[in-house]
Design a protein around this ligand. Structure first.
Ligand SMILES: Cc1cc2nc3c(=O)[nH]c(=O)nc-3n(C[C@H](O)[C@H](O)[C@H](O)COP(=O)(O)O)c2cc1C
Length: 183
């Protein structure tokens, strides 16, 4: 039996998009990748597992992700569902709060796993407004593996690491599908 997973991503400045192929490779079985910016409806019938892989801005997922999730609430509740963020925080309670705000408490509680692969501050792609927001709300500081890093507000900085992605993929791969056991 071929196991199909839907990997639906949402990216603004490209970091999430650039890591989607690697995450897809780490997930077992056949993985169909869709860009949520361009996809409004999906036929979920062949998918046993679904991963929403999204960037976070101002503690929320993009509006089109919220709409997609709302439209497909029932399909998501009926499947093994994981939420993977591409964002700067390493604090689980914050990740959970993004999931509750962006997806609903019901879906956040249903999720097998809520995690982040890290994030990428690409100052060269940010608007002046975005730079200002970061300065005010983060003082251009972020954590990488528990260490507080002071950024200069100009040089791009990434906390994305493959091992974080692998941990998330392992959790999704660890879900046993009943049909697989019967083979
Ligand atoms: C204006 C702005 C606001 C952000 N807000 C948050 C936030 O609230 N929490 C967080 O963890 N990361 C936050 N980030 C970090 C992004 O989630 C991170 O840069 C991510 O890699 C962006 O992904 P993308 O390039 O696919 O759009 C913010 C980044 C910017 C530029």
């Amino acid at each position: 039996m071929v196991l199909y997973t839907l990997l639906a991503y949402a990216s603004k400045h490209g970091a999430t998009r650039e890591n989607t192929a690697l995450l897809a490779k780490m997930l077992d079985g056949e993985v169909d990748v869709v860009d949520l910016k361009r996809t409004k409806k999906v036929d979920f019938s062949k998918y046993k597992k679904v991963v929403i892989f999204s960037s976070v801005y101002a503690a929320d997922v993009p509006k089109y992700v919220r709409k997609f999730v709302k439209r497909h609430r029932q399909e998501l509740l009926e499947r093994h569902f994981g939420i993977c963020f591409c964002c700067m925080t390493e604090v689980y309670t914050q990740l959970k709060s993004y999931a509750i705000r962006g997806f609903s408490r019901e879906l956040a509680n249903h999720a097998v796993c809520i995690a982040s692969i890290g994030g990428f501050f690409q100052y060269d792609k940010m608007t002046r407004f975005e730079k200002k927001l970061l300065e005010i709300f983060t003082k251009n500081q972020c954590y990488k593996n528990g260490e507080l890093i002071q950024l200069d507000g100009k040089t791009n900085f990434s906390t994305i690491e493959e091992y974080k992605m692998q941990i998330f993929a392992n959790k999704m791969n660890g879900i046993i599908i009943a049909e697989e056991l019967m083979e």
